[in-house]
Design a protein around this ligand. Structure first.
Ligand code: MG
Ligand code: ZN
Length: 224
């Protein structure tokens, strides 16, 4: 038998009131971001997922596929580096880097600051890459119209069941790196079944950023 201490039953969440206020404030700012975007007719899509799940790569593929039809800008969150945004800037779209320092997620306030640096009048679409982390970005809506979780099939077989809240706050899951599933013994069908159990409304798209598989499907799922 495993002994369990549940935080919500008197465990150690000491700053819960601060947390509630913080999240309420974040939500207000997220709504303001949404109104700002909509006042310029801009649609925003927010990508979250672990480091190495393929967020930057998928955004890059979408930019390549869409930049003839849409004017695209990208906002990227990262603790300290500019590696990913330099890569995407190479595709010829305006990018804004948000370095969060110690913070392991973007919040609506940081995104508001980033939006100030984009010329929204000249954009149709903004992709937001969250800090690489599948947990707390779920608690911080940014004002985007759609949220995508990127999960690579080479992550833990329990990646879905261990993070149910994340998969309840997103609209689409990209199951990425499916080209590697066989090599690492990943059970893609089981991951999909886990996703459906956690959130039956979620759209699931199998992708391989490397081969380009599923990019068209992802695009259609995002109604782009
Ligand atoms: Mg990245
Ligand atoms: Zn965080």
């Amino acid at each position: 038998m495993v002994e369990i201490v549940k935080a919500e039953e008197g465990g150690e969440i000491l700053d819960i009131e601060l947390d509630v206020n913080l999240q309420r404030r974040n939500l207000e700012l997220a709504e303001a971001n949404r109104r700002l975007l909509e006042s310029f007719g801009v649609r925003a899509i927010d990508f979250m997922g672990s480091v190495g799940s393929g967020k930057t790569c998928l955004i890059g593929r979408l930019v390549e596929a869409l930049k003839g039809e849409y004017r695209i800008g990208v906002i990227g969150g990262d603790l300290t580096t500019t590696i990913d945004m330099e890569l995407l800037e190479g595709l010829g779209v305006p990018v804004v880097q948000v370095n969060t320092g110690r913070e392991c997620h973007l919040d609506a306030n940081l995104v508001a600051k980033a939006l100030e640096k984009l010329n929204l009048q000249q954009l149709d679409l903004v992709f937001i890459e969250n800090v690489g982390n599948i947990i707390c970005p779920a608690d911080f809506p940014l004002g985007a119209h759609r949220r995508v979780a990127v999960v690579s099939v080479v992550e833990s077989p329990y990646i879905i069941v261990k993070h149910p809240l994340t998969f309840q706050t997103v609209d689409v899951v990209a199951l990425n790196k499916v080209d590697l599933a066989q090599a690492v013994g990943a059970d893609v069908e089981r991951l999909e079944a886990d996703i459906r159990r956690v959130n039956p409304k979620l759209a699931i798209v199998r992708t391989s950023c490397k081969t380009g598989l599923g990019i068209q499907n992802l695009r259609e799922t995002l109604k782009l």
